[in-house]
Design a binder for this molecule. Structure first.
Ligand code: FES
Length: 691
């Protein structure tokens, strides 16, 4: 039985304080509102005791003690501030300043720097020790972050954050003495290293050593910290819904931090990826604040809302053929639902899909196929990866869509030695993969089928009618032929066999399926992976041991709302007139662009002027960006729905998306049963929960 720690009574600055044993002096002081300055300490990290800024006097001993690592003991008497302590702290700070270039004038972090703030607090107005002017390197090989070693104080927060929060183990110390530096892997540049660019090192850096290349000097350009707001939110980038803290100045997000304290059941506290931390700060073009109409000579001109809406009505109403709708699955569920009703019920669209449609269709169809034999099941929560004893990654070329999942896999492989198998044309978790089964691109489905057939042969399955039918389906598979077809040579085949054995003997594997097993021919492959998961039983929450990496943040919400819908097989020339609802995507590399040439009519509802559609669209209607309006998003596994509140003010000229969509739907023949935000939200939640 666990016993609670014994209380200990100590005196700190003449205050008698009772705290549990093993509490550090620093924690005890902070719990009672007594300030002790720190630098290398961070409450989200293990204590290190390296910088000595937190020194205090214990029991009158003239040798000062680092309070962040020293536990309290009964009767201890602590003094946190006197002339001697202040002088010691100031000297430590002087040495830090003297060692490298901490010329705040030229630092992007000036005004937002813990080292600088301490210099002010300790009134350090000059140095009494000689300065070193040795130049250290600056790494700007990352698109997102710079590492200026001249500003580094070697506090080790980045090293611990990389290990303890990101689980990446990329950063470490190299060299000794004055040459001591933080290094990436075996001292390569950030871009050459195994860094995932999650940015947690930057978030916890107390100086300007690691800084965002997206906000350089933002904090000193007349934006005093006092004008800042910090708002809790969550990332809608990939469906993991990691908690964030948005730092906002003048209605702009200038920084996104991972939330280090949260009640939300995310996989790892404090985790964020480059997508959630940096990509969100990018804007894909000019903001659209007024409706625009393309004239017959190709020029775009602003128009009134009425003229633009009339133009859409005239070009969409009364046409029964070739109507299509495309929606971004980054949109909130409420927007997706109204858009769906507008297109299907209002304009009788015969094609309605998300921008990355073929992948989603295969997921929906695979679940339907599985449901014909087995009960309705669902996907696993991403946190299950942490409990896995084998990870099978299939069809993932890179963890671009759900980078955080790549980070979690790396963590369990490194920390727990969990074996990882990769099936695909690229080894997405190299160099840590135990079994990499390289297949000819596009042949993943053949190999997955062979993998399943081999596991079924080696494992006894329950003799239920459902399993009997599955076994009969795979009895006749010629495994050797499949391996040859997938391009496996003799040594690959040995790896295949070893991977099958590892999977067969695992108790709680997890299967991660990526884009390589989706799309037009992916239904069977996904179903085979679902069956593979079923060979290991069903999780208590009625879930498979499987996670499907979907293309966008709210792809699962789109699926639950019945999108893709209608005839979603694209035929050239079948699209004549349509409407798109965009979020913040950069369409330049989108698969759908070629399908949008020579349309009779295209209206686009979008926050930004879509350059890629400048010669394709006819009417543009502005809408707020995601952070300017409230909306519900569904998690990657479909089991959680979270409402994200508006964090930024919407421009006065732009209506909320639901109001714009409602104004459009009222111009069709369909009259929805919802007219207020509350009704829309209620309808969405009802559908999502039933979906
Ligand atoms: Fe205690 Fe650095 S904060 S030693």
């Amino acid at each position: 039985m666990e016993t609670s720690p014994k209380p200990v009574t100590v005196t700190i600055d003449s205050h008698q304080i009772s705290v549990p044993e093993n509490t550090t002096i620093l924690e005890a002081a902070r719990q009672h509102g007594i300030r002790i300055p720190t630098l290398c300490h961070h409450p989200a990290l293990s204590a290190w005791g390296g910088c000595r800024l937190c020194v205090v006097e214990v029991d009158g001993n003239p040798r000062l003690t680092a309070s962040c690592v020293m536990p309290v003991r009964e009767g201890m008497n602590v003094v946190t501030t006197n002339d001697g302590i202040i002088a010691a702290r100031r000297l430590i700070l002087e040495f830090l300043y003297a060692e490298r270039n901490h010329n705040c004038m030229f630092c992007s972090q000036s005004g937002d720097c813990e080292l600088q703030a301490l210099a002010y607090e300790l009134q350090m107005d000059h140095l009494t020790v000689p300065q070193s002017f040795e130049a250290f390197p600056v790494d700007i090989t990352s698109e997102y972050m710079a590492f200026d070693h001249n500003r580094c104080i070697l506090c080790g927060r980045c090293v611990r954050a990389c290990r303890e929060i990101a689980g990446a183990y990329v950063l470490n110390y190299q060299k000794r003495g004055i040459q001591n530096q933080i290094a990436f892997d075996l001292d390569v540049s950030r871009s050459e290293s195994s860094c995932l660019e999650c940015g947690v090192c930057m978030q916890l850096c107390p100086t300007g050593a690691i800084f965002s290349r997206y906000r350089t000097h933002r904090s000193v350009l007349g934006h005093p910290k006092s004008a800042r707001q910090v708002k809790d939110s969550f990332c809608t980038g990939c469906g993991l819904m990691c908690d964030t803290q948005l730092v906002i100045e003048e209605n702009h997000v200038i920084r996104v931090d991972g939330c280090l304290h949260s009640d939300h059941d995310g996989p790892i506290l404090g985790q964020l990826c480059a997508r959630g931390r940096f990509e969100i700060l990018k804007t894909p073009g000019h903001r659209l604040l007024t409706p625009m109409i393309r004239e017959s000579d190709g020029t775009w001109n602003p128009s009134s809302w009425k003229v633009a809406m009339d133009r859409i009505e005239k070009n969409m109403n009364g046409f029964n053929m070739g109507i299509f709708g495309l929606v971004s699955s980054r949109c909130a569920n409420e927007q997706i639902m109204i858009f769906r009703d507008m297109m299907l019920k209002g304009w009788k669209a015969d094609y309605l899909n998300v921008l990355e449609g073929p992948s989603l269709r295969s997921i929906a169809d695979a679940w339907t196929e599985l449901g014909k034999t087995f009960l309705a099941l669902k996907e696993s929560h991403a946190g299950r990866i942490l409990d896995a004893d084998h990870v099978l990654v299939v069809g993932v070329s890179a963890f671009n869509t759900q980078p955080a999942i790549g980070g979690i896999i790396r963590r369990i492989v490194l920390e727990k030695g969990v074996p990882a198998t990769v099936i695909g044309s690229v080894d997405a978790i190299s160099p840590r993969t135990r079994h990499y089964i390289r297949v000819t691109p596009g042949k993943e489905p053949v190999l997955v089928q062979a993998f399943l057939a081999q596991v079924l042969k080696s494992q006894h399955q329950p003799g239920t009618p459902a399993w009997e039918s599955v076994l009969s389906e795979f009895e006749s598979i010629d495994i050797q032929k499949s391996l040859s077809l997938a391009g496996l040579d003799a040594s690959d085949q040995e790896i295949f066999q070893s991977a099958v054995n590892t999977f067969a003997h695992s108790q709680s594997p997890i299967i991660i399926a990526g884009r390589g097993v989706m799309g037009r021919f992916g239904v069977n492959c996904l179903r085979h992976l679902m069956l593979l998961s079923l060979t290991k039983g069903i999780l208590p929450e009625n879930a498979l041991r499987m996670i499907i990496l979907k293309p966008d943040g709210n792809s699962t919400g789109s699926l639950k709302l019945g999108i893709p819908a209608g005839n979603t097989i694209y035929r050239p020339g079948a699209w004549q007139r349509g409407v798109m609802l965009l979020e913040d995507e950069n369409l330049s590399d989108s698969l759908v662009l070629n399908r949008l040439n020579a349309l009779d009519f295209l209206a686009v509802i979008t926050p930004y002027f879509p350059e890629a559609l400048a010669d394709k669209a006819h009417v543009l209607i502005p809408r707020p960006v995601g952070l300017e309006e409230e909306g519900t998003y569904t998690s990657l596994n479909g089991q959680e729905n979270r409402v994200r509140q508006a964090a930024l003010d919407r421009p006065d000229q732009v209506s909320e998306s639901w109001q714009t969509l409602l104004a459009l739907i009222q111009r069709t023949e369909f009259h929805p049963g919802y007219a207020r935000w509350k009704d829309i939200h209620t309808s969405v939640m009802r559908e999502i929960r039933a979906g």
